[in-house]
Design a protein around this ligand. Structure first.
Ligand SMILES: Nc1ncnc2c1ncn2[C@@H]1O[C@H](COP(=O)(O)OP(=O)(O)O)[C@@H](O)[C@H]1O
Ligand code: SF4
Ligand SMILES: [Mg+2]
Length: 359
């Protein structure tokens, strides 16, 4: 993130000094997580030859477990191709998990189908990076938002439907006079607002936000992040917020998970992970985020090579071919995700070892 970009986020939303992004509503059922993902795997078959035989699998998500509490934002960060989108899509059952469970308020949605799944889908929604691609270009804004109300029969008369659509547009900062317009008549930020209005129509408890601001201009990014935070405070919605930009993640999230080659390699409170990253990969990611104050400029850790193929992940620690401090056992022993400090987990045999950037 450039200095200018960080400044704009600060100017528009107060950056680190703004109110916490999550609210703890007293009415929430203490004890049960809103979402519990356990040992989730998504392995895509790779077909070869004339007979389309499956001999290999893309291990896009490999044994991932975590929980999200009501009204909380959990950030998910990692390089492109590490499995973030697949994880999000598997949670809302847009792709079928290969193994594991996804408990929403204690109910395993991987075991549901048909009408039971459709009814539960109301509770968990997804918004996407490309707002244009996810909106039907032949439908007006009113039809797009109204369709969500119709699918779940959430209004009982034409006038109630109309009133609700206009309320939703106002809630996301869109002038209701635009209700009869088509998606191509709007800017990227406005389209993302339409997508959010459609999502809110079904009153979700959890929204998977898959890089919702990555394709937007800097000032518009801050507006959409502010909108998501306001909606969370008003409605107690939980977010799994996916991004490759750690500065955005740090700003919006209470906790952060770092993903590499389909696995969670580090997770902790957002501020802790930025200040005291324990995994070498997280240290490298953080070193690439520019500081606002040029005096405290970080030295960037350059990782050698590219992310390996998730079809043949390296044995032992999957990060070992790129890790500046790898030792012999890293090539054979898989590091467990273990608590290295209180509420701070890292999957590294040498967690906490500080990497010195090469000069
Ligand atoms: N439908 C699919 N079939 C096969 N491989 C896929 C499919 N979707 C994603 N992948 C692969 O899974 C890996 C993770 O992809 P993705 O979840 O999109 O990562 P990210 O969102 O972190 O960029 C990539 O190697 C990608 O090519
Ligand atoms: S386990 Fe070894 S290779 Fe993996 S991150 Fe830690 S030090 Fe590096
Ligand atoms: Mg993605």
């Amino acid at each position: 993130m450039s200095l200018l970009r960080r400044f704009v986020i600060f100017a528009v939303c107060g950056y680190k000094d703004c109110a916490p992004t999550e609210l703890h509503f007293e009415s929430f059922d203490i004890g049960m997580s809103l979402l519990e993902v356990k040992d989730l795997k998504v392995h895509f078959p790779v077909k070869h030859g004339m007979f389309s035989r499956v001999r290999e699998f893309v291990k896009a998500v490999d044994d991932v477990s975590f929980a999200i509490e009501p009204g909380e934002t959990l950030g998910l960060v990692g390089e492109s191709g590490c499995g973030k989108t697949t994880l999000g899509r598997a949670i809302v059952r847009l792709v079928e998990p290969t193994a594991g469970s996804v408990l929403l308020s204690g109910e395993d949605i991987t075991q549901m189908n048909g009408s039971e799944l459709r009814a539960r889908r109301r509770k968990f929604q997804m918004i996407f990076q490309d707002p244009y691609g996810s909106l039907n270009p032949r439908m007006t804004v009113e039809q797009i938002v109204g369709e969500a109300l119709d699918i779940h029969q959430l209004t009982d008369s034409k006038s109630a439907r109309q009133k609700r659509i206009l309320e939703l547009l106002q809630d996301v900062g869109l002038d209701p006079v635009y209700a009869q317009r088509y998606p191509h008549e709007f800017s990227g930020g406005q389209r993302q607002r339409i997508g959010i209005a459609r999502t809110l129509a079904v009153e979700p408890e959890l929204i998977i936000c898959d890089e919702p601001v990555s394709a937007l201009d800097v000032s518009v990014q801050a507006q959409i992040i502010n909108l998501l935070q306001d909606l969370q405070q008003q409605r107690g919605i939980a977010y799994l917020f996916i991004a490759h930009d750690l500065a955005v993640i740090e700003h919006i999230s209470r906790r952060v998970m770092v993903m590499y080659l389909g696995k969670i390699v580090e997770t902790a409170d957002a501020k802790t992970i930025i200040r005291e990253p324990q995994h070498p990969y997280t240290q490298a990611l953080i070193s690439a985020v520019p500081e606002v104050d040029p005096e405290t400029k970080r030295q960037r850790i350059i990782l050698p090579g590219d992310v390996p193929s998730p079809i043949h992940p390296p044995p032992g620690c999957p990060f070992h071919p790129r890790c500046p401090i790898a030792e012999a056992r890293c090539q054979t022993e898989v590091p467990a995700l273990r608590e290295v400090k209180k509420d701070h987990f890292a999957a590294c045999h040498l967690a906490g070892t500080k990497i010195e950037p090469k000069r």
